[in-house]
Structure formats: C-alpha cells, structure tokens
Write a protein of this length. Structure first.
Length: 432
C-alpha cells in the first residue's frame, strides 16, 4: 500500500480548496481538480495527433521490403481502434497530406500508404541525430540504471521508454551488445523477459544529479543573493499563469525546499516511519522522477510508462499523485486519453529551453502535423504570389504595347472577372 503523504493547499481559480491526506481524496478527483496550464494544454493538443502519426509512421518504416516502404490501407483500417483513429484510417491519413501519401498499386489491386518525401527527410534527420549522439544515449542509460537500487532494470521497462530516452530502435544490438564492458543482459526469474544490468566496474561510478547544475548556476549568478544553505536541497519552481498561491501553500513549499533528502544516485539507508522520514522518502521520490525526466529527450513522459520503474527505483508512492503534489515542478496533462507529465523548468512558451538535435527533428514532424491540410493551401498560395512584372511594360494594369496573344488572353480574363454578370450584360444588350 502506498505511503500516505501530506497534500498541499492549493487555490484553484477563484476558490480555495484544502486537500487532506491522500486516502480522503481519490486520484481521479485529484487529477480533475488540478490547475490547467494553457501553454502545456495547447502543446498536448498537437502532441496527441503527433503520437498517432508516429505510430503509423513506425508501421510504414517497419516494411522496408516494400519500395518505397508502405502499408496497405486495409491493414491500417483493421488497426483503427487500437490506434485511436476514431473516423477510420483513410480519414486520418487525408488530414496530413504532407506526411502521408495514399496510392493505388495496380499489381496488388490494393490501396497503400507511404510517407511523403518531406516526412522521410524528417525521419532520416531523427535517425542521423540519434546515431550522432550514441555516447549521450549510453550515458543516459547508465544514469538510469545507476538510480536503481540493484543497478539493474527489466528490459521490458526500458523498451517502454526507448523513444523518450533517444535510443535507436535496435538498441539491443547498437547500444547493449556493442558496449559489453558497460551493460550485460541476464535471464530473469520471470519467463520471456531479461534484466539489463551494469557491469561490476560500472556499478561504483558516481553521478551528479541534473538539479545540481541549476543550484550551482543560481549561486554563481552575478549579484546573486542566494543563501547556499537555503538552496542546498531546493528545486526550481515555476507556476502556471493565473494560479494564485495561498500563504499556507507558500510556507509549506519553503519548508519542503529546506528538507534534506537522499539523492537519486546515493545509497538509500533504512527507511524511517517517522513524519520526517516519510517526508524525506517523498522528497527522494521527487528527486528521482525529476532526474528521470531530465534524462529524456523532450523532458516529458507518459505516467504509465514511468510507473514501470517504481519497484526498481524504490518509489513507494503513487507517481501520478506525486506529480500533482508538486505543480511548481511538474505539469500533468490528460489530453489524448493518456496522462503525460512535463518537467516545467525544461519548457518556455511551449518549447524546450535547451533543445537537442533529436528534439529538433521531432519538432519538424510536429510542425507538419500542425500544418495538416493547410500546408497544401499555403504551397498553392505561394506559387500564385511568385510572379514578377516588368513595370515599364504596364500602365493602369494593362500592357502598353499589346500583341494578339495578349489581347486574346485579356478577353478571357475579362470573362473571368465578369463571371455570371456577363450573361446579364448579354441579355440586356439583346433587350435593348
């Protein structure tokens, strides 16, 4: 049973809501009562469709034998419910003409879908960015394993977050097998799974948590008045615009910031059941999920995915409620029938503050998703605007020295301009 923790006192919109201990409020009610951040909600509105696009893209790229890689529309239609394509596969694909191209194969008598050239370029850019950052990826995986109490993780849990960590899709071969001096796979006691472990020489390696970089920068800023003892155990906080904080909440946050805790890479001692011990365990859990999110490419992850690491990371709390308890550090969105958590300090105005090449490539795909069908209209409009006139050849919108071809085209233009009025003019001339 999860350890109960003290909930914060929050003021949502125009009313003050006092939330008691966890067993008095269900998780569903707690999620529903959270303060919405319009910036993250708007971002998730885009991401929920991006995730569907990525799922179809992966299916297409998983068929390299087809030239070009493609999947049949009939196959995607059978997966519509699983992919959450409410109006069917064909309707969804047509919404994104700059990502998907639907074509008919006369040899197979079937309709297929492939990626457009623009989408293929973005996919290649992401793959190239991942391959260029393999050293960084290895470091992320080592850090994640180092936070575990046993310096090991179930391989199936790592598979859940391979994209979030920026791992290549063949990471078992390209990362684990090629770095046998760092990683090793062992059989688990459960069937059909393996345990990913650090080798003995890597188990004693020490790491500094990402939050320490922020603490150092805060202390070293010019004209900084930060008390080093005050910031020693602190985390960066920023709240959604319009969220009003009551005095009791501010006092509790200030007290929590000063609370000592065992870092995510430090060995955990005996768990104490005192109030101070429980609060220390809660803060260590916050530090672990903060570090986890800091290791991801986009500083975001689905709550369901990170929950697979609870046992390995010795987190005895409900992770979703943990994020809700700290709205100044995390933001939980429920868009797209999934719970997604963002690291607030990593974002500004809906964009990553410190972007990386993999994030930049994925952002390009998101841009294509946002454009949707409008992208085609924009391209057509740009073609119409790319017209150059020789100024000296025109006067009052007409050619100064007309020729027979120009005159014939001008007559056609006059009919276009007149439209239906041309018929009225002709009829009136007959009556007169």
């Amino acid at each position: 049973m999860p350890i109960p923790t003290l909930k914060t006192i929050l003021k949502h919109q125009n009313q003050c809501r006092v939330i008691g201990s966890r067993f008095k409020t269900s998780s569903v009610q707690y999620v529903a009562s959270r303060f919405r951040d319009p910036t993250f909600e708007k971002l998730m509105d885009k991401y929920k469709n991006l995730l569907k696009v990525i799922a179809i893209q992966d299916l297409i790229l998983a068929n390299p034998t087809n030239n070009p890689p493609s999947v049949s529309l009939d196959f995607l239609s059978r997966l519509s419910q699983k992919l959450h394509l409410n109006r069917g596969a064909a309707s969804f694909l047509r919404k994104y003409p700059h990502i998907f191209h639907i074509f008919y194969d006369p040899n197979k008598f079937q309709t297929f879908c492939r990626l457009t050239d623009a989408a293929m370029r973005v996919s290649r850019q992401e793959a190239e960015a991942i391959n260029a950052s393999l050293d960084v990826v290895v470091d992320r995986l080592v850090r994640l394993l180092s936070m575990s109490t046993t310096k090991s993780l179930p391989l199936r849990a790592v598979f859940k977050v391979w994209r979030e960590l920026g791992l290549p899709d063949d990471f078992e071969d390209s990362i684990i097998s090629r770095n046998s001096h760092i990683f090793k796979l062992v059989d688990a006691h459960e069937p059909n799974t393996h345990i990913l472990m650090l080798t003995d020489e890597m188990r004693d390696k020490r790491f500094v948590a990402c939050v320490e970089n922020w603490r150092v920068m805060e202390c070293c800023r010019e004209n900084s008045a930060v008390d080093r003892t005050e910031i020693r155990y602190s985390f960066k906080h920023s709240y959604p615009p319009g969220m009003r904080l009551v005095r009791d909440f501010k006092a509790k946050v200030k007290e929590w910031q000063r609370l000592p805790y065992v870092g995510p890479y430090e060995e955990m001692g005996e768990k104490k059941r005192s109030k101070a011990g429980i609060m220390g365990l809660e803060k260590r859990a916050v530090a672990i999920v903060h570090e986890f999110l800091s290791l991801t490419v986009e500083r975001m992850v689905e709550v369901e995915k990170i929950s697979h690491f609870r046992k390995s990371l010795a987190i005895d709390l409900n992770i979703r409620d943990l994020f809700l308890d700290h709205p100044g550090m995390f933001y939980l969105s429920t868009k797209g029938k999934r719970h997604t958590v963002f690291l607030r300090e990593g974002y500004e105005r809906g964009c990553l503050i410190d972007p990386n090449p993999v994030y930049n490539a994925r952002r390009k795909l998101l841009d294509l998703v946002v454009l949707g069908r409008h992208a085609m209209l924009i391209n057509n409009e740009s073609r119409e605007k790319d017209t150059v006139f020789l100024r000296e050849g025109y006067e009052r919108g007409c050619l100064i020295d007309p020729n027979p071809v120009y005159n014939a085209r001008r007559k056609l233009l006059d009919l276009v301009v007149l439209g239906r009025h041309a018929m009225l003019i002709n009829n009136e001339s007959r009556w007169s």
